[in-house]
Design a protein around this ligand. Sequence first.
Ligand SMILES: Cc1cc2nc3c(=O)[nH]c(=O)nc-3n(C[C@H](O)[C@H](O)[C@H](O)COP(=O)(O)O)c2cc1C
Length: 148
Amino acid sequence: MKKLFIYYSLTGNGDYLAKLLQEKGYDVRKVIEKKKMPKSFFFMILAGGFRAGMKLKGKLIDYNNNVEEYDEIVIGSPVWNGQFPPAINSVLAQTNLKEKKITFLFYSGSGDTPKAIKRIDKLFKDAKVISTKEPKKHPEELEKIKDL
Ligand SMILES: Cc1cc2nc3c(=O)[nH]c(=O)nc-3n(C[C@H](O)[C@H](O)[C@H](O)COP(=O)(O)O)c2cc1C
């Protein structure tokens, strides 16, 4: 059973999870958005929050959307303004996830993801959802991914 972790990360929490999942045998694809985020935290929150709130997609650099050889796919996403960041909106639009066993793995400041979960329930009704609170700072959150 081949497993794939597709994820986006701006400040390292997703990268931290990617390393752990890779050790568990997952193939890993990090998604990079072409548009650069502002360096200042304030403007980062403002710009990222706005684009996520509008459910915008972002242009991706060299994204490989071929997932044919995988049975299980975990999609790793930070929560921005309660939603997916633009890069993950693009992944969802560009990847054929039908017939796959899908898990959404969220990482956020609050550990809570109600708006994004509502959207997943509509788009992928059989998907599993795991919400973590910044796992880089809270390693006890890793308990939640032990069955992946
Ligand atoms: C633009 C932006 C918006 C964010 N909005 C939220 C939010 O609405 N709720 C929340 O709990 N955390 C929010 N956060 C915090 C991130 O979700 C959290 O730090 C996450 O772990 C970041 O993952 P990363 O380090 O892989 O990029 C936001 C962070 C950024 C940069």
